[in-house]
Write a protein that binds this ligand. Structure first.
Ligand SMILES: *[C@@H]1O[C@H](CO)[C@@H](O)[C@H](O)[C@H]1NC(C)=O
Ligand SMILES: *[C@@H]1O[C@H](CO)[C@@H](O)[C@H](O)[C@H]1NC(C)=O
Length: 348
C-alpha cells in the first residue's frame, strides 16, 4: 500500500516537472500566474497604501461601504424582467459607477441612497488604473473583506466588460421589505433563502453610522448572535424607516435582519453560524463568488484572486532577494514590503 502511494506521488511530481509554472513578472516585486492579473497588484498597493482608499489596509468605513457596494452593483440582475422581454440589468457590470452623477444615477435609487460617496471615491481609482468599473467594485470589496480581522479571501475573477446599461429600478432589497419580498427578489437573482443568510455574513463588518454588531471590524459571528437578542432600544434619534430595536446602546439593527433571523425559512441557517465561524466564512465565500459574477459567464473571466491580499509581508527594509529560497519546485510567492527602514521587533 505504501509503495503504491509512493509510485503515484512520483507520477504527480514528474507531471509537475514536465510543465514548470512560469509566472509573469508584474514589477514592484509582484508576480502573477496570468499576466492579465498584474494590474491588480498595482490596484492593491494603491487602495491598501497608507494614503489609499482603505487608509493602510484598515477595516474602516470605506471597507464596510466597499463590501456593501459589491452587492448594490451586482444585484441589479433580474431574469424575471428578462423573461418579460424587458432589460433585466447587467449584474456586476459596474453600472452603479458608470452612471454616477448622471440623470440615471443608480445611487439615487432608494436602497442605494448615500452610496454616491463610496462610488465617488472609487471611480477615480478605477479610471487611474484603466480597469473596468465592474471589476474594480468586486476587487475593492474582496480586498476590504481581507482587511477585516478574520476576513475571508474571496474569489476575484477579472475581465468584466466596461460597457453597461443602467440597472432597472427596485432590484436592490430595502431594509423595510418583508421577508417574502426579499426572498422573492433574491430568488429571482438565483439565491436560495440559505444563500441570502450566507451573504448577510457581510453585516458582521457593517455599519449605518452605527455598527450592526459589537465587533464591526472583525469578521466574526457576533452579528448572528446579537440580531437574535430581544430588541429594546433605538440608538440615536429614535425609529427610522427600515430600523428595528437593537439590544445594545449604540448598535443598529436593520428591520430586515431582525426578521430574517426569526423567519422559519432562514432561522436555522442563521443560527448555524453562531458557534461555527468557519462554516460562516465558507458559505459566505461561496455566495459571494456567485454574486460577484451575476450577469457574466465565469469561464470568460480570469482568476486574479492572488492579487487580492498578501497573506504575509516582507518586514520593512527587506526585499525578495533577501529570502533564502529552499523549495526548488515552486517559485517563492511575491510579497509586499512594509514601508519604512528596518525596525526592531517590539518585546511582548
Ligand atoms: C484602457 O483599457 C482599454 C480597454 O481594455 C483599452 O482599449 C485601452 O487601450 C486602455 N488604455 C490605456 C491608456 O492603457
Ligand atoms: C470605462 O468607461 C468609462 C466611461 O463610462 C471610461 O471613461 C473608462 O475609460 C472606461 N474604462 C475602461 C477600462 O475601458
Amino acid at each position: 500500500m505504501f509503495s503504491k502511494a509512493f509510485v503515484s506521488l512520483l507520477a504527480v511530481v514528474s507531471v509537475v516537472n514536465a510543465a514548470p509554472r512560469r509566472r509573469a513578472d508584474c514589477g514592484n516585486g509582484h508576480a502573477a500566474a496570468d499576466q492579465r492579473c498584474c494590474v491588480w497588484f498595482d490596484v492593491l498597493d494603491d487602495i491598501n497604501g497608507p494614503d489609499g482608499l482603505f487608509d493602510g489596509a484598515q477595516c474602516g468605513e470605506e471597507a464596510h461601504e466597499s463590501i456593501r457596494l459589491t452587492f448594490h452593483d451586482a444585484i441589479g440582475f433580474s431574469p424575471a424582467l428578462t423573461s418579460q422581454g424587458k432589460f433585466g440589468g447587467g449584474g456586476a457590470d459596474g453600472s452603479i459607477m458608470k452612471f454616477l452623477g448622471t440623470d440615471t444615477d443608480e445611487t439615487t435609487f432608494p436602497a442605494s441612497i448615500g452610496m454616491d460617496e463610496i462610488v465617488g471615491e472609487q471611480k477615480p481609482i478605477a479610471l487611474r488604473h484603466n480597469v473596468s468599473f465592474g471589476d474594480f467594485i468586486q476587487f475593492a470589496g474582496a480586498v476590504a473583506a481581507t482587511n477585516c480581522g478574520g476576513g475571508p479571501r474571496l474569489q476575484f475573477l477579472a475581465g468584466r466588460s466596461n460597457d453597461s446599461q443602467v440597472s432597472p429600478p427596485d432590484l436592490v432589497p430595502l431594509p423595510e421589505d418583508s421577508v417574502d419580498k426579499i426572498l422573492a427578489r433574491m430568488g429571482d437573482a438565483g439565491f436560495s433563502p440559505e444563500e441570502v443568510v450566507d451573504l448577510l455574513a457581510s453585516h458582521t463588518v457593517a455599519a449605518q453610522d452605527k455598527p450592526f454588531d459589537s465587533t464591526p471590524s472583525t469578521f466574526d459571528a457576533q452579528f448572528f448572535v446579537e440580531t437574535l437578542l430581544k430588541g429594546t432600544l433605538f440608538p440615536g434619534d429614535g425609529s427610522n424607516t427600515g430600523e428595528a430595536q437593537s439590544p445594545i446602546p449604540g448598535e443598529f439593527r436593520l428591520a430586515s435582519d431582525g426578521l430574517l433571523a426569526r423567519d422559519s425559512r432562514t432561522a436555522c441557517e442563521w443560527q448555524s453560524f453562531v458557534n461555527d465561524q468557519q462554516l460562516m466564512l465558507t458559505k459566505f465565500t461561496a455566495a459571494m463568488a456567485k454574486m460577484a459574477v451575476l450577469g457574466f459567464d465565469p469561464s470568460t473571466l480570469v482568476d486574479c484572486s492572488e492579487a487580492e491580499s498578501n497573506v504575509a509581508v516582507l518586514p520593512a527594509g527587506f526585499t525578495l532577494d533577501d529570502i533564502e529560497t529552499s523549495c526548488s519546485s515552486t517559485p517563492f510567492p511575491s510579497l509586499a514590503t512594509t514601508p519604512g527602514p528596518i525596525g526592531s521587533v517590539a518585546p511582548v
